[in-house]
Design a protein around this ligand. Structure first.
Ligand code: IPM
Ligand code: MN
Length: 356
């Protein structure tokens, strides 16, 4: 018997609690099967708590999170709260405070999932984006001058530290080597215009690359990356990029892998507490209707298991999800799955329990 994992759960807003419930159902089933022990520690941070108490995310919670093995997150964003407050106050705050410097986003099309890309199938769409998660335009550096006047100036600076860039790129090389699929790492940048930031990225990329002679190095501008993600997604194995470009290309990635119903991600601090989430939002219009697709949350749980070193359990979840997709789901979209949110969770559990 292994150790007991301490897992913080932030179900959050909108459909977050519904999808997290299914993810936890699956976690329970696979933990029994693979003999994994864990405790869940629920936290009610999100829009409701903020509206009731004014509290967003106290420092004491962050201290507690540092002691955890992982955090499982549903969704953040409430229709009655001005956009930005919860996203910055909870999601970005957690990524920064816990120094989760990599945002890992697999873009994998499973058999039976519809992609909007013509003539592309699972053999073409299987790559991973390593997005820097603590710096760049997200660092919050900037300000206003003469705000509210016709002479107003707004500055938003992209912060790129040698250390921050290097640790992200190193993670990407290591990940690519461990994945051992295409053994190719593509740097996604904009060296023709962002001649300071991506000069640093490019130098760090090639310098570190010397330590990874087994990994092919590839570079493309972000705009070209968008073209190839649509026309030739099979070109990619692992992509590494900054925070803003990573945000944008992973929504394109989620779309070609079948949409927000299936796309999951991990906010990783390899030396600290990592956090796993479905990458879609809180989907207020589907809240409480038992219509939302919980597979993205279930796959976030799968990534969490993998990260904790429970590869066997992660494999069981992935195979069960693939079976459910192929045998039961009409679509990945909320309300069009042909089954309800809770039924999807039950089906995944059924295949986990029935597996050898
Ligand atoms: C994401 C989201 C967040 C981001 C928002 C909600 C702040 O879009 O996880 O990609 O921009 O990182
Ligand atoms: Mn995003």
């Amino acid at each position: 018997m292994g150790r007991t994992y301490e897992i913080g759960v932030i179900a959050g807003d909108g459909t977050g609690p519904e999808v997290v419930a299914e993810g936890l159902k699956v976690l329970k089933a696979v933990a029994e099967k693979a003999d994994i022990q864990y405790n869940l520690i629920p936290y009610d941070f999100g829009g409701e708590r903020y509206l009731k108490t004014g509290e967003i995310l106290p420092d004491s919670a962050i201290q507690e999170f540092r002691q955890l093995d992982a955090i499982y997150l549903g969704a953040i964003g409430h229709p009655d709260v001005k956009p930005g407050i919860l996203e910055k106050g909870i999601l970005l705050n957690l990524r920064f405070a816990l120094d989760q410097y990599v945002n890992l986003r697999p873009i994998k099309l499973y058999p039976g999932v519809e992609t909007p890309l013509k003539d592309k199938g699972p053999e073409h769409i299987d790559f991973v984006v390593v997005r820097e998660n603590t710096e760049g335009l997200y660092a919050g550096s900037g300000g206003f001058l003469r705000k509210g006047t016709p002479d107003e100036i707004a500055v938003q600076e992209s912060i790129n530290t040698r250390k921050g860039v290097e640790r992200c790129i190193r993670y990407a090389f290591e990940y690519c080597r461990k994945r051992n699929k295409g053994n190719k790492l593509t740097l996604c940048g904009k060296t023709n215009v962002l001649t300071y930031a991506f000069d640093l990225w490019e130098r760090a990329f090639h310098q570190l690359g010397q330590e990874y002679p087994d990994i092919e190095r590839d570079y493309a501008h972000v705009d070209a990356i968008c073209i190839w993600m649509v026309k030739n997604p099979e070109r990619f194995d692992v992509i590494v990029t900054d925070n803003m470009f990573g945000d944008i290309i992973t929504d394109l990635g989620a779309t070609i892998q079948g949409g927000m119903g299936i796309a999951a991600g991990g906010n990783i601090n390899p030396e600290g507490t990592s956090m796993f989430e479905p990458i879609g939002g809180s989907a207020p219009k589907y809240t409480g209707k038992n219509l939302i697709n919980p597979l993205a949350a279930i796959m976030a749980g799968q990534m969490m298991l993998d990260h904790l070193g429970e590869g066997e359990a992660a494999g069981l979840v992935e195979r069960a999800v693939m079976e459910v997709i192929q045998k039961h789901l009409k679509s990945m979209e909320a309300g069009r799955m042909g089954v309800s949110t809770t039924e999807v969770g039950d089906l995944v559990v059924k295949y986990i329990c029935g597996s050898e």
